[in-house]
Design a binder for this molecule. Structure first.
Ligand code: HEC
Ligand code: HEC
Length: 85
């Protein structure tokens, strides 16, 4: 005889689906604005290069209270065609 999902099975499936959905949405929110796909961003391959423009005296400083972390691409998606390794 074919397996018929009972009420408990349906609840279990609903809970699993909710957990997966939460994780999927949560990991999406962890990324912030992507790095633009332009030549100046594709050619910036070190934190120092990024900070020449995004340091306090740069053309587009990081916002106040921005993290001091140096792995920019952990949070800002790497541009397509990035020249670094
Ligand atoms: C030559 C200067 C320059 C360098 C080098 C540079 N940026 Fe930028 N960046 C800009 C300017 C100007 C803007 C704002 C205009 C734009 O969106 O292109 C910007 C915008 C951004 C933004 C915001 C995009 C948005 O949607 O608002 C992020 C994030 C960013 N840069 C990250 C980086 C990272 C990471 C690096 C190093 C890999 C880097 N930038 C290197 C000039 C630079
Ligand atoms: C721990 C995560 C994290 C790391 C690492 C990180 N950033 Fe950010 N950055 C953010 C968040 C969050 C914002 C707020 C942007 C928003 O409003 O979505 C931001 C905003 C910015 C902005 C301003 C974007 C705008 O349009 O105003 C720039 C420029 C920027 N970051 C550059 C950098 C650079 C350069 C590095 C590496 C030295 C870096 N970030 C590393 C999380 C991070």
């Amino acid at each position: 005889m074919a397996w018929q999902p009972g009420k408990r099975d349906m609840i279990f499936i609903a809970v699993v689906a909710a957990v997966i959905l939460t994780l999927a949405l949560g990991s999406h929110e962890r990324k912030t604005k992507a790095v633009p796909n332009d030549a100046q961003h594709q050619q910036a391959t070190s934190r120092e290069a990024c900070m020449q423009c995004h340091g306090v005296d740069g053309v587009k400083p990081q916002p106040m209270r921005h993290t001091q972390a140096d792995q920019c691409f952990q949070c800002h998606a790497q541009p397509d065609g990035w020249q670094g390794k």
